[in-house]
Ligand binder design. Structure first.
Ligand code: NAD
Ligand code: ZN
Length: 381
C-alpha cells in the first residue's frame, strides 16, 4: 500500500509499505478514504516529539471503509463507513470507564501520561497512522463510529479530532453565560474552540494569532473579535484593556509548542526548538486571564516544555485544566450540532492533496502557505 513515511525532521515522503493485517482478534483493517494533517502532526514533523521513529506512518484523523474485522469485533462489519477517533482506547480501564479515552491505561501501558494515539510516535504507543491507504485499527469495537447516512464524510473526518478537541477546550474552560473567552491560536483547534465557546454561552469571544488569513477566516466562521499579536506590545495589558481592566474570564491555549517560520532544515529545526521553549501562548493565557479565572490548555507541549509560569498562576488563584481530548465522549453531541446546522466543520477544509504529494502537503500546512487551514490527503483508491 501507499503510505506517508517519516524520514526525520522536516522530511516526509510517500512510500510503498506492506499492507497491515489483523494482529489481534479485536482489530479491524480500514481502507482510508480521508485523512487530515493536524497541528499535532507538525510537532512530529518538526522533530519535537521524542521517539518518533524513521519509517513510521503518521495520521490520527481519518475516515474510511471497514475492509476486514477480527473474530472478536462485534459492532463493525466489512463495508461500514467509519470515523475513527484519534485515541486508541480499551473502553474498560479506570480511565475509559470515566470516558477519559484520551488517558486509556491499557493501550499504552508503558507511558506515564498519554493514552495511545494513531501515528504519534512510540511515546503514544507506536501505532501506525492513517495517512495511508490502509490502517490497522486496534480495539475496533471501542473507538470507530459508523458515520450516520445524513453526515457528510468531510464533516465526519473533522469529528475525529479537530472539532471535539476545540469543543473540549471550551468545555474545560468551564464557561459561564456571558463570559469573555480568549482563544490563543486560529488553527483548526482554535477555530473550533471559538465556535464551541459560543455554543456554551460565552458573551464575547476573542481569537489571537498572527496569521492574517486565519484571523480573517475565524472572524467569519466563528463571528468573533480578533487580535493580531504582531500588533500588540504587551498581550496581558492589551486583553485587560479590552475587558474593563479585569482580564478574560477564560483563556484557551490552542497553540502548544510552536515551530517558528517555514524552516526546511534540521538545523533550523533545532533553532525552532529553542524558540518554542518559551511557550508564549501558555504564558499569555495565564497572564491575560482575570484573577480567579480559568485557563484551558489543549495545545500540546513535548517533554522539553514542562516548565510553566506556575508562580503567576498561583498568585492569581487560577483554575488550570488540560488534557488530550477524549473524542468518543463528545461525538453524540457534536453529531447533533452538525445535523442541526449549528456548525459546518468541513468549511475549514482548504486543501485536498493526493497522498503521493504528502511532502508538499506538510510543507504547505507547516508553513501556513497558500491560505491553508486544513488539508485532506486523498488516497488513490
Ligand atoms: P496549527 O498549527 O494549524 O495552528 C496553531 C496556530 O497557532 C497557528 O495559526 C499559529 O499561527 C498560531 N500561533 C502560534 N503562536 C501563537 C501565539 N503565541 N499566540 C497565538 N497564536 C499563535 O495547529 P492546530 O491543528 O490548530 O493545533 C493546535 C494545537 O492543538 C497543537 O499544539 C496541537 O498539537 C494541539 N492539539 C491537541 C489535541 C488534544 O487532544 N489536546 C488534539 C489536537 C491538536
Ligand atoms: Zn489531530
Amino acid at each position: 500500500m501507499l503510505a506517508m513515511d517519516y524520514r526525520g525532521p522536516y522530511r516526509v515522503r510517500a512510500a510503498h509499505k506492506p499492507d497491515p493485517h489483523i494482529e489481534h482478534p479485536g482489530d479491524a483493517i480500514v481502507r482510508v478514504t480521508r485523512s487530515c494533517i493536524c497541528g499535532s502532526d507538525l510537532h512530529l514533523y518538526h522533530g519535537l516529539v521524542p521517539d518518533t521513529r524513521v519509517g513510521s506512518t503518521f495520521g490520527h484523523e481519518f475516515t474510511g471503509i471497514v475492509e476486514e474485522v477480527g473474530p472478536d469485533v462485534q459492532k463493525l462489519k466489512p463495508g461500514d463507513r467509519v470515523l475513527v477517533p484519534f485515541n486508541i482506547a480499551c473502553g474498560a480501564c479506570f480511565f475509559c470507564e470515566r470516558e477519559l479515552y484520551g488517558n486509556c491505561h491499557h493501550t499504552n501501558p508503558e507511558a506515564t501520561a498519554v493514552g495511545a494515539i494513531f501515528g504519534y510516535s512510540h511515546t503514544a504507543g507506536g501505532y501506525d497512522g492513517g495517512q495511508a491507504e490502509l490502517v490497522r485499527v486496534p480495539m475496533a469495537d471501542v473507538g470507530p463510529t459508523v458515520i450516520p447516512d445524513d453526515i457528510d464524510e468531510d464533516d465526519a473526518v473533522l469529528l475525529t479530532d479537530a472539532f471535539p478537541t476545540g469543543y473540549q477546550a471550551a468545555e474545560m474552560g468551564d464557561i459561564d453565560a456571558g463570559d469573555t473567552v480568549v482563544v490563543f491560536g486560529a488553527g483548526p483547534i482554535g477555530i473550533f474552540a471559538a465556535k464551541s465557546a459560543w455554543l456554551m454561552g460565552a458573551g464575547r469571544v476573542i481569537v489571537v494569532d498572527h496569521v492574517e488569513y486565519r484571523l480573517e477566516f475565524v472572524k467569519r466562521f466563528a463571528q468573533c473579535e480578533v487580535v493580531n499579536f504582531r500588533e500588540v506590545q504587551d498581550m496581558a495589558l492589551h486583553i485587560k484593556r479590552m475587558t474593563d481592566g479585569l482580564g478574560a474570564d477564560v483563556c484557551i491555549d490552542a497553540v502548544g509548542c510552536e515551530a517558528a517560520g517555514n524552516a526546511a532544515q534540521t538545523l533550523t529545526g533545532l533553532y525552532t526548538m529553542m524558540q518554542a521553549g518559551s511557550a508564549t501562548a501558555l504564558h499569555w493565557a495565564i497572564n491575560s486571564v482575570r484573577k480567579g479565572g480559568n485557563v484551558s490548555i489543549v495545545g500540546v507541549y513535548g517533554p522539553t516544555f514542562n516548565a510553566v509560569p506556575i508562580g503567576n498562576a498561583l498568585n492569581k488563584g487560577l483554575t488550570l485544566r488540560m488534557n488530550q481530548a477524549s473524542v468518543k465522549r463528545h461525538l453524540p453531541r457534536l453529531i447533533e450540532h452538525v445535523r442541526a446546522g449549528n456548525v459546518k466543520p468541513s468549511d475549514i477544509i482548504t486543501h485536498r492533496i493526493p497522498l503521493e504529494e504528502v511532502s508538499d502537503a506538510y510543507h504547505i500546512f507547516s508553513g501556513k502557505l497558500d491560505h491553508c487551514i486544513k488539508t485532506i490527503l486523498v488516497t488513490p483508491g
